[in-house]
Each structure stands twice: as C-alpha cells, then as structure tokens.
Write a protein of this length. Structure first.
Length: 95
C-alpha cells in the first residue's frame, strides 16, 4: 500500500475509493467506474475535488445536483467520510 507524508504524523495511509457513475454522471465522465487514492478518512469534498481534477469541468454541473451513496447511506452532505465505494447518483426520471 502507498503512503503519503503528513506534517502531524510520519505518514498517512492512502485508501482506494471506487467511484461508480450512473445516468448523466456516467455520460459526463465517459466511464462507468474508476478508482481514486485519497488519504484515509477523506470526505466527499475531497473526492469531488479529485473527480473534478481528473475530468475537468465536464462533471461539475452533474456533481452539483447529485446524491452520493456511501455504504448504505444516501447523502448530499459533502462532509460525509467516504468508504471504499461511492456511487454518484444524479437526478433521473422514472422508477
């Protein structure tokens, strides 16, 4: 596993987060899923920044209106700590 330096501690462990995109998020990202390495304990704000860094502004409007499934919890609260998988769920019609 990779390590990143920290001023407070000698090292942080990085965690791998799988992001799955649905509906318009899948279209805007050009993929169904991908992984990101983030410092352990990162929140949705950090994940959102990583996604935008990788994809530019293509996903910005979609992420602004999306909900996120983190574990069993559906949320729009960007201070939520990410787990090992996050689903990006933009609004969509039907079902």
């Amino acid at each position: 596993m990779r390590w990143a330096s920290s001023r407070l501690r000698k090292a942080w462990e990085l965690s791998v987060v799988e992001v799955r995109y649905f509906a318009g998020a899948k279209d805007a990202s050009g993929c169904a899923s991908e992984t990101f390495e983030l410092p352990e304990g990162s929140d949705l704000t950090a994940l959102r920044a990583a996604v935008l860094d990788r994809h530019g502004t293509a996903l910005e409007d979609v992420l602004r209106v999306s909900a996120f499934l983190v574990g069993d919890a559906l949320t729009r609260d960007l201070s939520t700590t990410v787990g090992d998988r996050v689903d990006v769920l933009p609004p969509f019609a039907g079902g």
